[in-house]
Design a protein around this ligand. Structure first.
Ligand SMILES: NC(=O)c1ccc[n+]([C@@H]2O[C@H](COP(=O)([O-])OP(=O)(O)OC[C@H]3O[C@@H](n4cnc5c(N)ncnc54)[C@H](OP(=O)(O)O)[C@@H]3O)[C@@H](O)[C@H]2O)c1
Length: 216
């Protein structure tokens, strides 16, 4: 039996689908859940028997690591609805706190100096643990740069909990990327969209570990 922590991906849109597909490529089993459960079932059918579709509450109960691949405001709602099931779980937040503006682009929906990571970690369900991760690249690169040759691309992460480094680095490696911790949750803003360590911020592209070193 595998000694890997069990992972559930909540939300099977752009990011959730890429994360689940990458985990399957990395040989790791994954539970998927979605508001409309049929979408999770369709994804499981497409990706094969390493993927188990479950209802959101059941997925959270069954897994150790919960990746919230849904919008920032939805994560807040899900913290509320599933606060009991989330006790003791490792929560992974890839979210960018943005919404469409009226010029065809995106604008931040929180203060300029605020980050989704800091806000979500401040309203964490009791007993849950928190990592900002899996969101520093756009969904396109997340899908296409997984297990790239000759050197994996980097996914940054941030956490205040030293004990989470090992399980999160294992998770990121299993998705085909090289994990680099940028610091605690107060650094989240750097790896959220518009930040200097986000693909759609100053970073502008995927980077390898050696390219990333000078930027951190
Ligand atoms: N797209 C990117 O390039 C990118 C990059 C980095 C980070 N992110 C972040 O990743 C997160 C997901 O983005 P995305 O582009 O993957 O969004 P998306 O394609 O719109 O997917 C969101 C998914 O969440 C599901 N969902 C909505 N409410 C839910 C609920 N209450 N319970 C369970 N599932 C629910 C939706 O299901 P239904 O379709 O059934 O409503 C949909 O499948 C966001 O926070 C975003 O900021 C995105």
């Amino acid at each position: 039996m595998s000694d890997k922590l069990k992972v559930a991906v909540i939300g099977v849109g752009n990011i959730g689908t890429a994360v689940a597909a990458n985990l399957v490529k990395g040989g790791r089993s994954v539970i998927v859940a979605n508001k409309e459960i049929q979408k999770a079932k369709n994804l499981a059918e497409k990706l094969g028997d390493k993927v188990t579709p479950l209802a959101v509450a059941d997925a959270i109960k069954a897994a150790d690591i919960i990746v919230f691949a849904v919008y920032f405001n939805t994560i807040k709602e899900l913290f509320d609805t599933h606060s009991t099931e989330l006790q003791g779980k490792i929560i992974v937040d890839p979210s960018n706190p943005i919404a469409p503006d009226d010029k065809g682009g995106f604008k931040k929906i929180i203060g300029e100096k605020e980050s989704a990571g800091e806000i979500l970690s401040s309203i964490l369900p009791e007993g849950a643990k928190f990592v900002k991760a899996l969101g520093s690249l756009g969904a396109g690169s997340l899908a296409t740069a997984s297990f790239q040759q000759p050197e994996n691309a980097v996914l940054f992460y941030a956490t205040d909990d030293k004990a989470l480094a090992a399980p999160i680095e294992d998770l990121i490696r299993d998705t085909g990327f090289e994990p680099i911790q940028i610091g605690g949750i107060n650094q989240s803003i750097r790896m959220e969209v518009f930040g200097d360590l986000h693909e759609f911020g100053t970073l502008g592209k995927t980077v390898t570990a050696s390219e990333a070193k000078s930027k951190i």
